[in-house]
Design a protein around this ligand. Structure first.
Ligand SMILES: Nc1nc2c(ncn2[C@@H]2O[C@H](COP(=O)(O)OP(=O)(O)OP(=O)(O)O)[C@@H](O)[C@H]2O)c(=O)[nH]1
Ligand SMILES: [Mg+2]
Length: 279
C-alpha cells in the first residue's frame, strides 16, 4: 500500500520519527545585488529555497543560481508579488512553507522562530514588526500610519488582534494552503492571507520580527496605490463573508504540538505537567 501523504498530525510525526521539510519562498524583482546577503542568512537546515523571479531585467536568476546551486527557480506566470507567491507556493515540496523578501529586509536567521511556532501548535506563524520584541529600521511614518489603520480595520471587521497586517515574513503548514484560496496578484497578498487564515479558523501566532532597511535598489510598493488596493480587498472580503470561524490570535505556544508529541513518544519519561495555579 502506498505511504500516506505527510500529515502535521502529532501522532503521524511521532510514528514516523520524522521532522517536516521546510521550503522557503523568496519573491524577487531586480534584487541581484541583495541576494548574496539574503541567502547567507538562511539556515543550512532549510530543505528547499524556491526563488520566484518577477521578470527581472538584472541578473537575479543567474546570481541566485551562482550563490545557491540547489535553488529552485520559478518564473512567475503573471505580474505582482501576489502572483509570484502563488507560483512559489505551488512549487514547494516542503510541509512547512516560509515566505520572506529578497531585499535584505527580512532576516533568514529568524526562520527558526517561525518553524518553532508551527512545530509547537500554530497553523500559521505571522511575522510582526509591532508585536512586543519586533521592530523596523525600514518603515516610514506614512506607511506605519497606513498599516495601523488597515490593521485596525481588519481587527474590527474580522475579530482578529493583529499588530501588523502588511508584512512579508510569514510561515504556515502547506496543508493549509488550499484554505487560503489565494487569488490575488499584488501587494494585498499578505492581507488576504491574514484575513483568510483567521476566517478559516487556523491557529495563528504572531512572531516578533525585526525588519531591516532594504539593502540596494528600489521599493516596488506605491503607498497610495497599494494602500487603496488593500483597503478595497478588506471590504471585499468582509462583504463576501467567506468565513465561518473567528479565532482569537494566540500569543503563546501551546506546548502540545508536533514537536512535543514526538519528544513524548521517543522519550517516554517526558510528561506534560500543568503548573499549579499561584495561591
Ligand atoms: N517576483 C516578484 N517579486 C516581487 C514583485 N514585487 C515585489 N517583489 C518582491 O517582493 C519583496 C517585497 O517587495 P518590496 O519592493 O521590497 O516592497 P516593500 O518591502 O513593501 O518595500 P520597501 O520596504 O520599500 O522595500 C521583494 O523581495 C521584491 O523583490 C513582483 O512583481 N514579482
Ligand atoms: Mg522591502
Amino acid at each position: 500500500m502506498a505511504e500516506p501523504a505527510f500529515s502535521a498530525d502529532p501522532a503521524y510525526l511521532a510514528d514516523h520519527h520524522r521532522l517536516p521539510r521546510v521550503s522557503v519562498v523568496i519573491p524577487a524583482k531586480n534584487e541581484a545585488r541583495n541576494l548574496s546577503h539574503v541567502f547567507a542568512t538562511i539556515p543550512a537546515w532549510v530543505d528547499e529555497i524556491v526563488f520566484v523571479d518577477g521578470h527581472s531585467v538584472d541578473d537575479s536568476i543567474a546570481e541566485a543560481e551562482r550563490i545557491c546551486p540547489s535553488v529552485k527557480i520559478v518564473t512567475q506566470t503573471g505580474w505582482g508579488k501576489g502572483n509570484a507567491l502563488r507560483c512559489g507556493f505551488e512549487a514547494c515540496s516542503g510541509e512547512i512553507i516560509v515566505m520572506m523578501d529578497a531585499d535584505g529586509s527580512t532576516d533568514g536567521a529568524e526562520i527558526g522562530r517561525f518553524v518553532g511556532a508551527l512545530m509547537t501548535g500554530a497553523d500559521f506563524a505571522k511575522g510582526s514588526r509591532f508585536a512586543s520584541g519586533g521592530s523596523s529600521d525600514d518603515i516610514t511614518f506614512e506607511r506605519h500610519l497606513g498599516n495601523r489603520i488597515l490593521s485596525t480595520l481588519v481587527n474590527v471587521l474580522f475579530g482578529t488582534r493583529y499588530t501588523d497586517l502588511c508584512y512579508g515574513y510569514n510561515a504556515f503548514w502547506a496543508q493549509h494552503l488550499p484554505k487560503l484560496e489565494l487569488d490575488c496578484d499584488g501587494f494585498e497578498v499578505e492581507t488576504v492571507m491574514n484575513v483568510r487564515a483567521a476566517q478559516a479558523g487556523l491557529r495563528i501566532q504572531e512572531i516578533p520580527s525585526h525588519e531591516h532597511s532594504r539593502l540596494h535598489g528600489m521599493s516596488n510598493l506605491h503607498v497610495a496605490r497599494d494602500g487603496w488596493r488593500i483597503m478595497r480587498v478588506i471590504v471585499k472580503e468582509r462583504i463576501s463573508n467567506r468565513g465561518r470561524h473567528q479565532v482569537p490570535l494566540s500569543t503563546e505556544t501551546t506546548g502540545q504540538g508536533p514537536a512535543m508529541a514526538v519528544a513524548m513518544r521517543l522519550v517516554p519519561q517526558i510528561t506534560l505537567e500543568k503548573s499549579a495555579p499561584k495561591a
